[in-house]
Design a protein around this ligand. Sequence first.
Ligand code: SF4
Length: 323
Amino acid sequence: MSDAEIKAELIAVGTVNIDRSLLGDITIPTAGPGAGKTAFFFRWNAHRVRLAVDEGAKLKAVADNGDVVIFKGPKVLVRGHIEEELIHCPEQAYITISEQCIFDCKYCPVPKLSGKIKSLDEIVRMVEEAYSKGNLKAISITSGVAGSAEEEVERAVEAVKALRKYSLPIGVSVYPTADSNLKLKEAGVVEIKYNVETMDREIFKRVCPGMDHDFIIVKLKEAVGLFGRNFVFSNFIIGLGESDETVEAGLEELASILDQAKEGDRIFMTAFGSGAGSDAFSITVTDKIEDIQSGAPKVQELLADPIYLNYASYAKHKGKIRV
Ligand code: SF4
């Protein structure tokens, strides 16, 4: 089994039966579908997954020679180790400001948990404690919507301003508002995430009442112009009843946001993977965009008839392996 297949299997199952004494220092998430549940980060090679603890799970993890081994039935699925968390994440301070929400996404426990709203002092104290451990590499701020989306953006802006002193990259994930992109960018945020929850609009209406899918997409598009390519993210949940076609179309729609750039947008482009180390470009979109936008294949066209390569074929294709 390849690492990618193992990762897919672990994510698909999502839960592991593990002796809690093996977990060490872990934190209980206060946001997202896993809020309130015990979970841990498992790492092997360059891969990391978050797994929830469940005594009835079909995967079982045991300690073995300093490693943690996950079994599927009698067979070893993977051998790795549990990563220590700083705040909800290895090497990161991942902080939820408001642990409550006026929305009621049907899969989300946050509205039912009705947690607290962290003060600015408390947030700074938490980050200071994580920073003092010496391996803090990034700060992530997220929030439910306690009163209004605008108030949450203000809370996030204040938190980011107070945390800039650590000179660490700060990412924010909130429900967008009319000016959230601009305000968060000006505050010093480098990475933004607005969750679309699902790309099936009909399911969205049923499971995320009161939220505006079109508005989230508009704000994601706007964010690409401001924060740049690879600095804008979204999550969506698989398994709400959507079809595979909807998932594929949704991924294409999100990936093709760059094709839809408009005059005045700012686009930052940089390569990673096999292009890593090459120059990056900061582009301001001008009124010529419409003349040239159809000069190259669009993401949808490229994905219409894909040829999938395994790594060996890819390496040969790129001249890394000569035969
Ligand atoms: S917006 Fe939806 S998913 Fe996010 S915290 Fe509120 S209820 Fe949960």
